[in-house]
Design a protein around this ligand. Sequence first.
Ligand SMILES: O=C(O)CCC(=O)C(=O)O
Length: 269
Amino acid sequence: MIIPNKNYGVNEQTEITSKIDKNIEDICVNGFTVLNDCFKESEIEEISKCFDDTKKQFYQMYSYKYLQSLDEHNSIRAPFLIDKTGIFTKLVTNKKLMKLVSGLIRGSFYLNQQNGIINPAGEKYNQGMWHRDLPYQHFTSSTPLGINALYCVDDFTLENGSTFVLPGTHKVTKFPSDMFVKENAKQIIAKSGSYIVLDCMIFHSGGLNKSLHDRRAVNHLFTIPHISKPIDYNINEIPGLVEKKYLKIFSKSKNNAINVKKYFKLKRS
Ligand SMILES: O=C(O)CCC(=O)C(=O)O
């Protein structure tokens, strides 16, 4: 394939001056990108171990049977509220990721959710269906309402059911036709230690894991403060250490005054 390298009638062009700019353009146009090399090898191993430890604790807290009855047995809800090592908070505040998200959402954003995701070997799971991460919403926006960052605990491969996307659907209100899905679905491959980053309105789905091992991930949803979080935790409940400069990522309280007096006080701060 020879790609044309000349154009005419073009007065404006997107300029790229850094690697992150390329990721930003990918998300704006296609709705997805892969952010590579975000952690050292030793950290990747530590995260993998911490994922399993936290999963164990989660099953002890709620019981596998109970979680199964809710179809919640392949998720770890809000693992950063369980893990005491601070590893899950580090996944939220990774420097490269923060640079990317703040390049996409101008103004304030916060962590709306963090979920551990298990795509079980040879089995169906709750993320193996097309969806948006703001589900049931059929409108679009000129700039992102939210950004998803799916941290790959394991390598994401064709065999283990790595994530499928429908490119460009973050800009279209309706779920596309079956024909479009068939012709345009793209499966993303990524190494462990990277993040698959999506505009939260792109339609995506986990694939069928045909390997012999579960495929593990940690999904983050960062949104503008106007979108409420499903688990309204208090920032003091985070057991792991959060660097002071990142505290505001975990809290959107600045927007929620409990009365007018407080509202004026917050406005001043
Ligand atoms: O497991 C995957 O590949 C997709 C996860 C997903 O769709 C989600 O967490 O919203």
